[in-house]
Design a protein around this ligand. Structure first.
Ligand code: ASP
Ligand code: MG
Length: 470
């Protein structure tokens, strides 16, 4: 049966000529198999997005000198891959021309921006787009070099329309779907292979926007939903989603099938980081998603779908850990029975753009505990001190070194004794649980421990729920 597939390749899959050739052959193999229709989404080469962000930072401090080095480096990285990966001289020259033009444009913009020493979110998105705008021609020409009729384009050209929240733009999904379908479907019917930049869209004024870090995954699922694809394959450099971080748990295993809801819970802290919103478009259209390893193609990876088969319906499926987090506890008798207290706290933190990862309040209402990323801790504490201390709250306590551990699995729903099992196992090892949260969806039971206890707690639970067994 012919399949319509979206395949997304991350930046580590194309950072050497050998890898690019491998990726091109992989795409060709799947195109020829059963006459599949394949759409390709590509990230920037590994390190480029970070490099641009770093450069933007130097530029905003007026540092002119770093521009030349950066441009030379970006040229070298792309030329090395291009020169060795594309055999046909004519195609290679064309690709070189496209790259030179893009890099000249980038250089001009950088020279302009440095005069003002100011980077706006809008100009930063424009700069960031060069990472993917340079990588897509590479993949496209590598495909043409082995005989496929590939055509590269930006997310903007593909039809991805977003609002103007530069840095984390939201796709306007209905219009996007129509536009992408109109653009892409004719190409598929002509047996062309569209190669689309991940991460990038455009707002209604035509300004380039980005979807947030890791946004190529999101692009892939948007394209899939728009074209009614059969599946999305995220080619990564790990075998799939795992029962635990293999750096913490030796016998962690690849999960073969999980539900969308479970994957959402795991997306943020698994070995494969996924854009938090990447699953939205595929959930809406019930399109299965696979996470596969570009460098271990024999492994079938993790399949994420609406209804996993019965066999995979275990109670708990994975134990994840989020480290580098801190706990803030705010307290005060005036909080008791005072409606709006929580709103005031969360509102002022939101204004300082601090993301609260976990919240818990006791029914006595005399204290609220929150977990934030360690990077946000200082700002969070300052915000609370400036806006709320002495009025809404009386006291603020901080624990700087905590880890959040989460047991995830839809089988937990309605099953009694899961919490007892989790906390019983942890207590047996004398590990102190500092804070607990469970959403009423019962997909996720999360608790905070001191960071030094993290490794042991994850291992105990991985064993307790026998996650090492397939
Ligand atoms: N290049 C972008 C990033 O590094 C998008 C992506 O890789 O998905 O965040
Ligand atoms: Mg990436």
């Amino acid at each position: 049966m012919l399949m319509r597939l979206v395949m997304k390749f991350g930046g580590t899959a194309i950072d050497s000529p050998e890898k690019l050739i491998h990726v091109a052959n992989l795409i060709k193999f799947h195109c020829q198999k059963k006459d599949n229709q394949i759409m390709v989404v590509v990230s920037a080469i590994r390190g480029i997005t970070d490099g641009i962000l770093f450069l933007a930072n130097s530029i905003s401090r007026g540092d002119k000198l770093s521009i030349r080095d950066f441009v030379d480096n970006i040229k070298k990285i792309h030329n090395t891959v291009l020169d060795k990966a594309i055999n046909d001289k004519e195609l290679r020259n064309k690709a070189h021309m496209i790259h030179s033009k893009l890099i000249d444009e980038l250089e001009h913009i950088l020279d302009g921006i440095v005069l003002l020493s100011e980077i706006t979110p809008k100009s930063l998105d424009y700069l960031l787009s060069f990472g993917e705008r340079l990588s897509t021609p590479l993949v496209s020409f590598a495909l043409r070099d082995i005989g496929l009729n590939a055509q590269y384009m930006t997310g903007k050209e593909a039809g991805i329309l977003t609002d103007s929240s530069f840095g984390a733009a939201n796709p306007l999904i209905d219009t996007t779907k129509l536009r992408v379908l109109n653009k892409i479907e004719p190409l598929l019917n002509e047996r062309k292979v569209p190669v689309i930049t991940g991460f990038i869209g455009a707002d209604q004024n035509g300004n380039i926007t980005t979807l947030g870090r890791g946004g190529s995954d999101y692009t892939a699922t948007i394209v899939a939903a728009s074209t009614n694809a059969d599946e999305v394959w995220l080619w990564s450099d790990v075998d799939g989603l795992l029962t635990a971080d293999p750096k913490i748990v030796k016998n962690a295993r690849v999960l073969r099938e999980i539900s969308f809801a479970e994957a959402m819970e795991m997306a943020l802290f698994g070995a494969k980081y996924m854009h938090p919103r990447a699953l939205e478009p595929v959930i809406m259209n019930k399109i299965p998603l696979r996470i596969r390893n570009t460098f271990n193609v024999k492994d079938r990876g993790t399949l994420i779908l609406e209804d996993p088969r019965k066999v995979s319906q275990r109670i708990v499926k994975s134990i994840s850990a989020i480290r580098h987090t801190a706990l803030i506890d705010v307290a005060g008798v005036s909080m008791v029975g005072a409606p709006g207290t929580a709103a005031k706290i969360f509102d002022s933190l939101a204004r300082s753009r601090i993301n609260i990862m976990m919240i818990s309040q006791s029914p006595s209402e005399s204290s609220i505990s929150m977990i934030v990323r360690k990077n946000d801790l200082d700002r969070a504490v300052t915000t609370i001190e400036l806006n709320l201390l002495g009025t809404v709250i009386k006291q603020i306590n901080v624990n700087e070194d905590v880890a959040v551990i989460a047991a995830v699995g839809s089988g937990m729903r309605g099953i009694k004794g899961v919490a007892a099992k989790v906390f019983g196992a942890v207590a047996k090892r004398n590990i102190n649980v500092i804070m607990i949260a469970q959403g009423s969806s019962e997909l996720n039971l999360a608790f905070a421990v001191n960071d030094r206890d993290c490794r042991e707690a994850v291992n105990i639970l991985h064993n307790e729920f026998k996650l090492y067994q397939s």
